[in-house]
Design a protein around this ligand. Structure first.
Ligand SMILES: *Cc1c(COP(=O)(O)O)cnc(C)c1O
Length: 383
């Protein structure tokens, strides 16, 4: 594994952990559609006993994501939320978590609906603002849970600063790396302890599979995560593991193209008089532009923008033709969403408005279509 880490990311993505199956030479890792595995004898095992515990196809995915993120171990779950839930299960009554205030709505719902019931405490702050972060620290603070860029306002958090603060305080830094993926950002190398993903998004990349992934940096978290995964049982199926593995092979080319498209669209939006604000960390005018450049290899392909006229929102959602009005992100198809009523509906209105997730804000996941088609589509739909 350590030697593999020296291989450039583009090659690693295509070949994954094992490149081909040793026994048969199959270049596509076989789908081991078996729930259980025969034991050779008493107290003997092939290494595989029962697929909730371990499955060879899922193993390949878990080893590959660990390799890409530069972590010790990877774990695959049936959805991104199952991975976030697994991370949350490390904490218990009385523990306090400091969380990005501008956050995936489902994660917020999990923390508020289930975390609080288990006696956890949460503070939602702008994790890009050092004084806010430092003021939110408590005796019982156990972890930071952050997104960078955030969803949907694309705010950037300084990963090195937060990881050193976490280390000083004996806290964990957990990063949801869904938006940039290990292709563009590797938080573990900057000191984070754990990375979670909705594999449904860029890693799968085709809007066809739900998946969640979790990677840990140190061996100390291996046992607790293994226990959670096998005990709660929200594991990724062999077929879905294979779909995510197949998706990841093209992550590099997809994301490079998506990012190129995103920059063109962001620039076009910025220059359009119907648009109020554009939130894209790849634009030099973005607050987090320099910081993102210093810690990531790109700005990704998610753009949020607000329009001046509230009535335009409905028009755009109804009239876009190439861009699909659908939840989710990261796939080859461009999607547009309306965070205030979709992904962020779980967040109370006054909080949403304070954050800037207003009723004129739209979020665009830029796909691999021709950029000029996407711009024409938006231009026409904005009417
Ligand atoms: C989609 C998403 C999730 C949840 O993942 P699912 O696969 O939908 O369960 C978590 N975090 C972020 C940033 C997401 O975009």
């Amino acid at each position: 594994m350590s030697e593999k880490r020296k291989i450039p990311m583009d090659t690693l993505l295509v070949h994954g952990q094992s490149s081909f199956e040793e026994r048969t030479g199959a270049v596509s890792v076989p789908i081991y559609q078996s729930a259980t595995f025969r034991h050779p004898g008493l107290h003997e095992s092939t290494g595989y006993d029962y697929s909730r515990l371990r499955n060879p196809t899922r193993d390949e995915l878990e080893n590959t994501i660990a390799l890409l993120e530069g972590g010790r171990r990877g774990f695959a779950f049936s959805s991104g939320m199952a991975a976030v839930s697994a991370a949350l299960s490390l904490f218990g009554r009385g523990d306090h978590l400091i969380v990005s205030e501008d956050l995936y709505g489902g994660t917020y719902r999990l923390f508020e609906e289930f975390g609080r019931k288990s006696g956890l405490e949460f503070s939602y702050v702008d994790t890009g603002d050092r004084s806010e972060v430092e003021n939110s620290l408590r005796e019982n603070s156990r972890a930071f849970f952050i997104e960078t860029p955030t969803n949907p306002l694309m705010k950037i958090t300084d990963l090195k600063y937060l990881s050193s603060l976490a280390k000083d305080r004996n806290m964990l830094l957990i990063v949801d790396n869904t938006f940039l993926t290990p292709y563009l950002q590797r938080p573990l190398a900057l000191g984070a302890d754990m990375v979670v993903h909705s594999g449904t998004k860029y890693l799968g990349g085709h809007n066809d599979t739900l998946a969640g992934l979790l990677v840990i940096r140190g061996e100390d978290l291996a046992e607790p995560m293994e226990l959670v995964q096998k005990t709660t049982g929200a594991v990724l199926s062999p077929f879905d593991s294979w779909l995510i593995l197949r998706g990841m092979k093209t992550l590099g080319v997809r994301l490079a193209r998506q990012e190129e498209n995103a920059l063109r669209i962001a620039r076009w939006l910025e220059g359009d008089s119907r648009v109020d604000r554009v939130f894209y960390p790849g634009l030099p005018g973005h607050d987090g532009y320099e910081l993102n450049r210093s810690q990531a290899d790109g700005a990704g392909a998610m753009i949020s923008f607000s329009v001046k006229d509230r009535a335009m929102v409905e028009r755009i959602l109804r009239k876009v033709e190439i861009i699909l009005f659908a939840e989710s992100l990261g796939g080859v198809e461009s999607l547009i969403t309306y965070p205030a009523v979709q992904t962020h509906a779980a967040i109370p209105e006054e909080i949403r408005n304070r954050l800037g997730v207003t009723d004129t804000l739209l979020r665009l996941s830029v796909g691999i279509e021709a950029a000029e088609d996407l711009i024409r589509d938006l231009d026409r739909a904005m009417g």
